[in-house]
Design a protein around this ligand. Structure first.
Ligand code: CP
Length: 318
């Protein structure tokens, strides 16, 4: 495999290898000079058809810390708004000599279309496609869990037996899907908690438990990790959504639930957060929250992925 399109494609050994390499990349970032020459002369294009803060910036930082040249492309303000197709955009990037393309797109499967096409000969990284997958988010989440749970002894470890509860808008969440596949590969137990309107059809065939009552799920499971998801209002019509007040009351992580959760559980959120809806400010800013650690770890994970795809070690992910 030359590309990273889905966490479903990763074996346990491959996933642990990426997490271990990210440890090496994290060590580089504690140095005075935070750069490696590994991708000197390579060009990485950030091809973003949907908005992003964390993912786009951290891929840019990761590529630059590996000494690659970086071209940032945002659909807004480009010829895409004049109707240019993905094919013509990709061929334009090929003509500019792109070695790697990091793509975010509102259409599920767009990165796969690009990877399977003959429009461009480049490693493709899925930076989030529709409601399908966001593999580097899941990798940075697993890296964050492993570091909090195993500390300095993380290297070589997976997440066997770790209890993870993922709460919220599962229906529209590529983060939930990528996390589920990766966490199961790494040996974790995963439960989704959501209102019935925000659970995907077909979830019964996935390797996950589904609960509808958050308080009951937390009392029964006592999770090591509680991951709150963003309500993706932009992808839903009003009929799907319980009222914001009802959602916050029944499925939000408020200060009272944070106390009930206990101090040993990690609180995660991929960002951007709707404070006061799926998570209170008190929970988001608590010592249990890993929100900013996740952002920092994203650079290390993306350095590891770009290194493996573009440094000549592509077979390492196959
Ligand atoms: N978590 C995440 O993908 O955030 P951005 O949309 O800001 O990239």
């Amino acid at each position: 495999m030359r590309h990273l399109l889905s966490t479903k494609d990763l074996t346990r050994d491959e996933a642990v290898r990426i997490l271990d390499l990210a440890e090496d990349m994290a060590a580089v970032q504690t140095r005075e000079v935070k750069k490696l020459p590994a991708l000197r002369g390579r060009t990485v294009v950030n091809l973003f058809f949907e908005d992003s803060t964390r993912t786009r910036i951290s891929f840019e930082a990761a590529a630059k810390r590996l000494s690659a040249d970086v071209i940032n492309f945002a659909a807004k303000g480009s010829s895409v708004s004049k109707g240019e197709s993905l094919k013509d955009t990709a061929q334009t990037l090929a003509a500019m000599g792109a070695d790697g393309v990091v793509i975010r797109h509102s259409a599920s499967g767009a990165p796969q279309v690009l990877a399977q096409s003959d429009w461009i000969d480049a490693g493709v990284v899925n930076a989030g496609d529709g409601t399908h997958e966001h593999p580097t988010q899941a990798l940075l989440d697993a890296f964050t869990m492993r570091r909090r749970l195993h500390g300095a002894a993380s290297r070589g470890k997976a997440l066997d037996g770790v209890k993870v509860v993922i709460v919220g808008d599962i229906l529209h969440s590529r983060v939930a899907r990528s996390n589920l596949w990766l966490l199961r590969t790494l040996g974790a137990e995963v439960t989704f908690v959501a209102p019935a309107t925000l659970v995907p059809v077909g979830v019964g065939s996935w390797p996950v438990e589904v609960e509808f009552d958050l308080d009951a799920a937390l009392a029964r499971i006592r999770p090591d990790v509680l991951m709150m998801l963003r309500i993706q209002s932009e992808r839903m019509n009003a009929a799907f959504f319980p009222s914001a007040r009802e959602y916050a009351r029944e499925w939000g992580l408020d200060d009272e639930r944070l106390v009930a959760l206990g101090p040993d559980s990690m609180v995660m959120h991929p960002g951007p957060m709707n404070r006061g809806l799926e998570i209170s400010a008190g929970a988001a800013d608590s010592p249990q929250s890993t929100v900013l650690e996740q952002v920092a770890n994203g650079v290390s994970i993306r350095m590891a992925v770009l290194y493996l795809l573009l440094s000549g070690e592509r077979e390492a992910l196959s």
